[in-house]
Design a protein around this ligand. Structure first.
Ligand code: SP5
Ligand code: ZN
Length: 349
């Protein structure tokens, strides 16, 4: 039986090549690569899915959740870096910070004049590099999410946005975690303006969706729930994602111990689903890096677990926009996404 959930994609999402991550000061190969979405699309095409081209959308939906200054920076960062000659002297072919506008320095850091100091005004880690196609890809990923919103508002029960690069670590005014624009937050912000009632974001990526949490921290009309590996056990994003972070009351974090598998993870998914039941629409931030074998997380969720998560969330019966986040096991990423979508579809059929 063919997958009927529309799959929204833009070829421009492949233009981003971070090339590397600077991790603990060491340049290591990037894990957030175009091969990820290639593998997802191949699997979904094999499952009979219809691939829909993303349509262009106005910047207004980006500015609704991000500081326009961040968006403007991202759009121009590579050109400025290149024009400043930094790829040849000192020989850095990606935009990467070396100094940070740390909150404890001053509440109002000056905008730096040096091009090589500017990344530290907006980027909070050294693993989120910008190259020649990064902006085009990030902007296209946001269009994928917004096109999926349109499809759902036109009556599709579920639409899947095959977003790359991912987004859930991006705050209103800073980026990091291999993410540049918060696709799930952009979708949720857009839905919040177009549905009658609250929007729930449920984030099942293995890492805490700290950006989405920060963006909607004080909003009552957007619920944000995340199940993820406990940052207190030593996992990214380290500083955030603890159970006590409840915002204005509409934020929930369910951190899990490293090694947690289907039982604990699905209990948390069920908990978040019950919590979100009164919403008018759902955004599912679908990272599949909680799977056993993923190189970036110690959770041990199975393919059947992802299918069951899809079923649990599908049973809510809400208009649902699924937004791709992480997942780094190239052998498993496609099947894991397909399992989740099949679970959602089975519940909605
Ligand atoms: C969207 C998403 O899943 N972002 C994950 C960002 C977490 N990255 C943390 C990386 C920690 C170091 N990993 C070692 C890999 C060295 N190349
Ligand atoms: Zn992740």
């Amino acid at each position: 039986m063919a997958l009927t959930i529309p799959v929204v994609w833009s070829d421009d999402c492949s233009l981003h090549d971070p090339a590397a991550e600077i991790w603990i000061g060491v340049r290591t190969p990037a894990v957030e690569t175009a091969a990820r979405t290639d593998a997802i699309l191949e699997e979904l095409r094999g499952g009979g899915a219809e691939i829909v081209d993303a349509e262009g959308h106005d910047d207004a939906a980006l500015h609704a959740v991000h500081d326009p200054e961040l968006v403007g920076y991202l759009a121009s960062a590579w050109d400025a870096w290149q024009k400043a000659g930094l790829p040849t002297d000192p020989g850095q072919d990606r935009v990467v910070p070396y100094v940070f506008a740390h909150a404890a320095l001053t509440p109002s850091p000056a905008a730096p004049t040096a091009i090589w100091a500017r990344p530290g005004q907006y980027c909070y880690d050294t693993m989120t590099l910008i190259g020649p196609g990064t902006w085009e890809a990030a902007r296209a990923a946001a269009d994928c999410a917004l096109t999926a919103v349109d499809l759902v508002l036109e009556g599709a029960p579920v639409a899947y946005a095959c977003c790359r690069p991912p987004g859930h670590h991006v705050c209103r005014a800073c980026y990091g975690g291999s993410c540049y624009l918060n696709n799930a937050a952009i979708a949720a912000g857009e839905l919040a303006g177009r549905v009658d009632g609250a929007v729930a974001v449920i984030d099942i990526d293995a890492h805490h969706g700290n950006g989405t949490q920060e963006i909607f921290w004080n909003r009552e009309d957007v619920l944000v729930g995340s199940v993820h590996v406990d940052p207190g056990a030593g996992w990214f994003p380290h500083f955030l994602g603890f159970a006590g972070e409840t915002g204005g009351g509409a934020n929930r974090n369910l951190p899990l111990a490293p090694g947690s598998g289907d039982d604990a993870w699905l209990d948390a998914v069920s908990d978040l689903a019950a919590w979100a039941a009164g919403a008018a629409a759902l955004v599912l931030a679908l990272g599949v890096d909680a799977a056993g074998g993923d190189p970036e997380s110690p959770l041990q969720v199975s393919g059947a677990g992802f299918r069951e998560a899809g079923r649990i969330l599908g049973e809510l019966g809400l208009p649902t926009v699924v937004v791709q986040e992480g997942g780094y096991d190239l052998e498993r990423i496609g099947p894991l996404v397909l399992e989740t979508l099949l679970g959602l579809e089975a519940a909605r059929a």
